[in-house]
Design a protein around this ligand. Structure first.
Ligand SMILES: NC(=O)c1ccc[n+]([C@@H]2O[C@H](COP(=O)([O-])OP(=O)(O)OC[C@H]3O[C@@H](n4cnc5c(N)ncnc54)[C@H](OP(=O)(O)O)[C@@H]3O)[C@@H](O)[C@H]2O)c1
Length: 337
């Protein structure tokens, strides 16, 4: 195995703003690992919309644990090159996929609990597939198991179904036997959602979402809305709910969800809940449980997503494509060694 260099290349931004704020710079490779951490030489990292939302924020959210410069990226895959002294489940040379932060680098240090070991003969295609699915898969499992436990025959409203999370959520929801009402901005994205099990398709550029939801559900509304879009759809999310329906907020692609008057919920005995991956996966046993489920849905249920891969040097082209809503599926960056 090659030695770990002192310096590496990373995509990062020093201040908020547009795409022009992203730089590709040399930074030190982390030297010190906490006892529970491992250092991973990345092969692929995933591009998320939240990377862009974070870059556009004048003020970082109080719960976000980093300061500038910020390295985007919330997942990756590669080879373990160093392990902390309390790590027993991983060793140097293991091929892995992981959910973490600041992954747009050649080397990322991460808590071993958030790492899933793959077989050591795993080919690059498998690493890419698991990288593309890990964030959307874990998020979708948390949403459908905990935030609102999705049941057979439930009507479920999903936005942004052409995206990395949206297509995975569509598959998990339809596999549970729910009636998936899929919303997207293009027929191409909706065709992908249909391929992965969506029953009803709404192109929000051409159709009134609420009117269609009412038609589809015979005016009863849906049992759950998993809302990743926020501001632009908040009224639609609430109005789409059936009596005793649940509105799950898990993202704000179009801007923060406006304040909600609790008395509004009285109208329908509605529930308003939120869900983040990192407030769900708070213990080693939670990670283990969800990685078991994740491996099961990938290997046994055939979870997949269309993947497009750019070399990390072309990060700007890749991220511009995502921000232009042009991506169907998941974008990855490939790291040259
Ligand atoms: N809570 C959690 O733990 C968690 C974890 C992962 C992701 N998320 C959230 O899940 C959502 C999806 O993430 P993703 O990485 O899968 O994103 P993605 O692949 O880029 O898909 C996001 C979709 O959001 C829609 N959208 C609406 N307004 C947009 C805007 N201003 N710019 C770009 N897209 C916009 C687009 O759908 P249309 O083109 O069809 O309108 C797009 O396909 C994000 O809100 C993200 O923050 C939450």
């Amino acid at each position: 195995m090659s030695t770990i260099p002192e310096f590496q290349k990373a995509v990062l931004f020093h201040e908020p703003g547009g795409l022009d704020k992203l730089k590709y710079e040399e930074i030190p490779v982390p030297k010190d690992l906490a006892d529970e951490e491992v250092l991973i030489a990345n092969k692929y990292v995933g591009v998320n919309l939240f990377d862009s939302l974070l870059r556009s924020m004048e003020q970082l959210p109080s719960w976000y644990p980093a300061t500038y410069p910020i390295i985007p990226g919330f997942e990756g895959s590669g080879i373990v090159v160093k392990v902390g002294k309390n790590v027993t489940k991983l060793k140097n040379g293991d091929k892995v996929v992981y959910a973490g932060s600041s992954t747009f680098t050649q080397y990322t240090k991460v808590n071993a609990n958030s790492v899933l070991k793959l077989s050591n003969d795993a080919k690059d295609e498998k690493l890419a597939k698991y990288t593309a699915l890990v964030s959307g898969g874990l998020t979708s499992l948390c949403l459908t198991n905990e935030a609102y436990e999705l049941k057979k025959e439930d009507y479920v409203l999903l936005y942004g179904v052409g995206g990395g999370v949206g297509l995975v959520l569509t598959q998990l929801a339809s596999k549970k036997g729910a009636h998936v009402i899929a919303v997207a901005s293009s027929d191409e994205k909706l065709a992908a959602a249909k391929h992965y099990g969506a029953e009803f398709l709404i192109n929000h550029k051409k159709e009134d979402i609420l009117k269609r939801v009412k038609e589809i559900t015979d005016n009863k509304g849906v049992q759950v809305v998993y809302d990743s879009v926020g501001k632009e759809v908040s009224d639609i999310s609430f109005e789409s709910l059936a009596v005793k329906g649940t509105w799950v907020i898990f993202g704000f692609a179009s801007g923060p969800t406006p304040p909600v008057n609790p008395l509004l919920l009285f109208q329908k005995n509605a529930k308003l809940v939120s869900c983040t991956l990192y407030n769900t996966l708070t213990s080693p046993s939670a990670w283990e449980h969800y990685y078991d489920e994740f491996s099961h849905v990938v290997e046994k249920d055939g979870l997949e997503v269309p993947i497009e891969i750019f070399p990390i040097e072309e990060y700007s082209t890749a991220i511009a494509k995502l921000e232009g809503k042009k991506v169907v599926g998941k974008l990855l960056l490939e790291i040259s060694s």
